[in-house]
Design a protein around this ligand. Structure first.
Ligand code: PMT
Length: 395
């Protein structure tokens, strides 16, 4: 039993009789909770119907190019979204197009734009399989990001007996799962991530908080899970599997509860430095002749500093939000807090930082090194952070 929840498997079906077998392959992935998307070539639909594939995958089936559903062309969004691409059955025709960069349908265009692993399961007549051109094309593909699953020998649908039958669905399934988990360099690691702005009550109606949306923390959590880590997400904003907290004190309690077992802690949450000294139990009333009221604030615990002072074995990664003198302030903050890395965020810009979908950061290391990650989506920034902190190669 594998848990493929959160994984998107893209299945490309080309026009061969073995296309009908892929219905069962889709079910095998669905049983393990994968999100399955299907691209069929127009020829594949001579062998199986779009409706069958749609029902089994519980997703739209893509066939035509330029069937644009959002701002990205379909071949780019499908290529970006999929964790792995399985082309089965792969005909001699499609193999040859792939090997020569021909993009004359949606499937070949997606394959051309796809940078992660492509599992290719050929199926064809034995004489076509033996053709030198086809073998040369397969050799070319195997030197790229393709993993070729050899067809099997036996009785073929065309009446011949020889090599060319689609390999077993178990083989395709195992190769897919192995490849998905092989790219999990953080398997076995436990990572704690905080996200969102803490909420400090003034009374039952009002509170002090900040503009943190949780997006950066969520992107880190998604990437950590994709890399195989077991993630504990502590957030002030509701999100998949998150432990929800409200105030800095609640967040600190949760962080400390989990700290000992962690391999790394990412403090991406924007924790309020102060809270109201005496939170009113009832709503503070507006008194007509009072022009101002005074709230007394007291210092919150500094969670990041507290955990660094405990000298845990975990790597500790702080984040800082600066509206001026970014690197200068970040530099003194990493020294003051004592963390291993500090990710410096410029929150004076509207296009990055708080609430934005994109970010641009500098990674400061305790040894004084500074690396800039250019503006990109928070997901890409998260990947770059993991790449650099753990020296991981990711495609
Ligand atoms: O959530 P988003 O909308 O995506 O925006 C988040 C972000 C992109 C701006 C994010 O990356 C970020 O910078 N988060 C941390 C913001 C922050 O609180 O910065 P700070 O400079 O105030 O704090 C420095 C570090 O100390 C942070 O890791 C913070 O979690 C921690 N801290 C701060 C105060 C406190 N009392 N306890 C803490 O642990």
């Amino acid at each position: 039993m594998y848990n493929l929840r959160g994984k998107t498997i893209l299945i490309g079906i080309t026009g061969g009789i073995a296309a009908y077998k892929i219905c069962e392959l889709i079910r095998m992935f669905k049983r393990q909770n994968a999100n399955v998307k299907v691209i069929a070539t127009p020829n594949a639909l001579n062998f199986i119907t779009k409706l069958t594939l749609q029902n089994l995958s519980q997703n739209d089936v893509a066939v035509e190019e330029f069937d644009v559903k959002d701002y990205k062309p379909e071949h780019i969004s499908l290529a970006d979204e999929a964790d792995i691409f399985v082309i089965a059955p792969a005909t001699a025709n499609t193999i040859s197009k792939l090997a020569n960069g021909i993009c004359d349908n949606l499937l070949t265009s997606v394959a051309c734009a796809y940078k992660k692993t492509i599992i290719l399961a050929p199926a064809m007549n034995c004489n076509m399989w033996g053709n030198k051109i086809i073998q040369e094309n397969l050799t070319k593909l195997s030197g790229l990001n393709y993993q070729i699953l050899q067809p099997e020998s036996g009785f073929l649908a065309c009446g011949y007996d020889g090599k060319g039958r689609l390999c077993s669905l178990d083989k395709i399934f195992d190769a897919t799962v192995n490849s998905l988990f092989a790219s999990q360099p953080l398997k076995g690691k436990k990572i704690l991530i905080t996200a969102g702005g803490t909420i400090e009550d003034i009374d039952p109606v009002r509170y002090i908080s900040n503009y943190s949306s949780g997006k950066m923390g969520f992107a880190l959590a998604k990437t950590a899970r994709e890399l195989g880590a077991e993630v504990t997400l502590i957030s002030t904003v509701a999100h998949d599997n998150a432990i929800i907290v409200k105030s800095a004190i609640e967040m600190q309690n949760e962080v400390l509860k989990h700290l000992e077992t962690q391999d790394a802690v990412f403090m991406a949450a924007a924790v309020a430095d102060f809270r109201v000294k005496n939170t009113a139990e009832q709503k503070i009333k507006k008194i007509d002749d009072t022009e101002e009221i005074t709230l007394t604030l007291v210092k919150n615990p500094d969670i990041l500093k507290t955990i660094c002072d405990l000298h845990p074995t975990a790597k500790i990664i702080g984040f800082c939000a600066e509206s001026e003198n970014l690197l200068e302030n970040a530099h003194s903050k990493i020294q003051r807090k004592g963390c291993d890395y500090l990710i410096a965020n410029d929150i004076s810009r509207k296009d990055i930082g708080f609430g934005a979908d994109e970010n641009e950061v500098h990674i400061l290391s305790a040894d004084g090194k500074i690396e800039k990650i250019e503006k990109a989506s928070k997901e890409i920034i998260a990947k770059e952070i993991f790449k650099r902190i753990w020296s991981i190669n990711m495609n």
